[in-house]
Structure formats: structure tokens, C-alpha cells
Design a protein around this ligand. Sequence first.
Ligand code: PLP
Length: 392
Amino acid sequence: MNTERFISRRVAQVPPSGIRKFFDIASEMKDAISLGVGEPDFVTPWNIRESAIFSMERGHTHYTSNHGQLSLRKLVSLYLETRFGTRYSPESEMVITVGASEALDLAFRAIMEPGDEVLVPAPSYVSYMPGVTFAGGTPVAIETKEEDDFIMTEQGIAAAITPKTKAIVIPYPNNPTGAIMTKEQLAGIVDIIVKNDLLVISDEIYAELTYGGKQHVSIASFPEIYPRCVVINGFSKAFAMTGFRLGYAAGPRPVIDAMVKIHQYSMLCASVMSQYAGEEALKHEMETGFAQVEKMVKSYDQRRRFMLDALGGIGLGAFEPRGAFYIFPNISGTGLSSEEFCFRLIEEKKVACVPGTAFGEAGEGFMRCSYASSMENLKEAVKRIGEFVDSL
Ligand code: PLP
């Protein structure tokens, strides 16, 4: 029987994630080094793990409110205000989700009508375009360029806007480029967003991971943008909690209400143990001046600087990443396409990186290396990459 005919065309048209492919090859190869995975190499801090264990011991094993526990929402609200100067009502302008991933999915599904277009900068995180497509909309890529530090510009946005454009994704600090947008750079795109009446979906999951004294600025902190912006964030990256699957969205009540409507019929609520762990993560960090987060950021920063220098040393110049934990070297000088380069690199030298094209066509000529790996691994990986480049 041909069961493929049951599959929705909308789903069938989307290719599988280009990240997993390389990760799967590496996981089956002896002595392979993977710089392909997008998650912290730290184990979740003990106090956070312990709070999840305690919550179970105390018998907290039930559903929570669809919005998430109010005690957690209050802490998220305080966190967003103290860290980024944006105020959200914990009662009505926030929903706790199963990772930032669910929050993104809810945001797209809550707003899409068939034919609606969503502007998505590229290269960027692999889920935005499929998420828009699954929700019935049409993603429209805006190419960001290395020579512009991979930021979005007013001209780039203007060129992509049509009468069907409904929303824009702002993904900074950026995966895979490590680009951030400063307050001045964000100010440069405020007018065009407002003039074209766009909803902003701002993915700020890497907000805590910035380097070189550059603090994250939320585009929602612009008064003109605030009423039209859904901020997406979560616990995976800053608190090394990927396996807890905990995230949230904050924004205007009508959009959050619509997102909660989908969430209550699909997920019901995020895991209750994870919600207790999230409370501990925020409470502890706010009480201790973000000491644990700072320690992890310092360690990523050391590795970031090592990778920037070491890749430069083997002739692969890279844009200096200022956020997240990725570096995006330019490999176009080797004459290989991104896919060819990464396939041959893993086959010949057992190093897994992700081709830039996994993040959109605009990623051709680049590859993504995650530096959330031990210094020993990074040194060995760069040595092998250097040997590979020399052999070409
Ligand atoms: N947004 C970006 C930019 C990411 O890189 C990721 C994960 O890699 C996510 C969202 C998903 O995060 P979560 O683990 O909270 O679902």
C-alpha cells in the first residue's frame, strides 16, 4: 500500500533538518569529533537538577495551569524586566511552553492565514521556515551578509516586503552566525516594521550568551515595537537545560491568548518538574548576580576566542561571533560547496560540522562549528580541519 499518499503536501515538501544528518554520521563513527550539536556541553547546574528531584519527592506530579505555574511566570516577568527592561503581566501576557521550539510553533500557528508571508533572515535557525510552512504560511528569506556582520538592514527588509507580509522573525543573538544586533542597529529597522504594520517574533534564546562586553538588547524594549512583538525565550541555552524542554513566550495579550488556545488543546502544559527547575534557575541566578551563567559565558568566551584565532591560523577566516556558541567560518576559498566540504571533512577527518546551507541558501560558502565542546576537542578538530584544507 502506498501510505505516502496520506502525508500532507505541506509536510512532505519540507526537507529533514540538515543538522541531524551530520550528527547521525558522527555518532556512529569511532574517534569522530562533533562540532555539530547546538547545545551546551555543561550538565545542568546541581541546584536546578535538585529542585526537579525535590518537586517529585514532594508529590508535584500533576498538570499545571495551561499558562504555566503562576510562580514561574512571576519570576520570568521579573527576569525580563530586570535584564532587558521589558514588562509583561505574568497573569495575561505570558505562556510557559515545551522549549522555545513550542513557543515558536505556537506563534506561527496563532497568526497564519494561507498565503500570509513571514520574513525570515537567512542564514538562521533551521526551524523558522518549516514552522511557518507547517502553519500554512509562506516563509520569505532575507539574505544577511558577512560584510554587513550578518545583521538585518532596512534595505534588506524593504526589498522583501509585499502586501502579504504579516510578520518578521528577529533572531539575535543568531544561530548559526553568532551575530548580534546592537541597539543602534535595531533602531534602524524599527520604522520599516511599524510602517508596514508587521508583527515581530523575536527569538532571544541566546540573550544571556553575549561576549566582548556586548549586552543583548531586546527589540521589544523599543516602545514602538513592544505592542507588536512576541518575545520567545527559554532555559535550554543560558542554564544548560536542553533536556528539560522549558521555554516561554511573552507579548501582547491577544496573541498570547491565541497561542494558549493551541497550547491547551495540544500540550496542556509544560512538564511540572521542569517548571520547578526553571523557578530555581531564575531565582538562584537573580539572587547571585547570574554567577553560574557568567561562569559558563566566560568559558564559552575563551573557546570562542580560541576558535577565531585557530581557524584564522589555518586560513579559514571567520566573522567574529558576538553571541550564542557558534562560529561560521567562510570556506568559499577552498572551492568546495558547503555540503561537499562537510561531507568530505567527516569522511576523511572524522570532524562533524554543519554546512551553512542547512540554515538557508544564504549559508553557501560557510559552515557552522559549535564551540560548546571541550578545549581538547576543539584543538584536535581544528588540527584535523587544517590538514583537510591543506590536502585540497
Ligand atoms: N531558537 C534557536 C535560535 C535555537 O538555536 C534553538 C535550539 O537550538 C531553539 C530556538 C530551540 O530551543 P529549545 O531547546 O528551547 O526548544
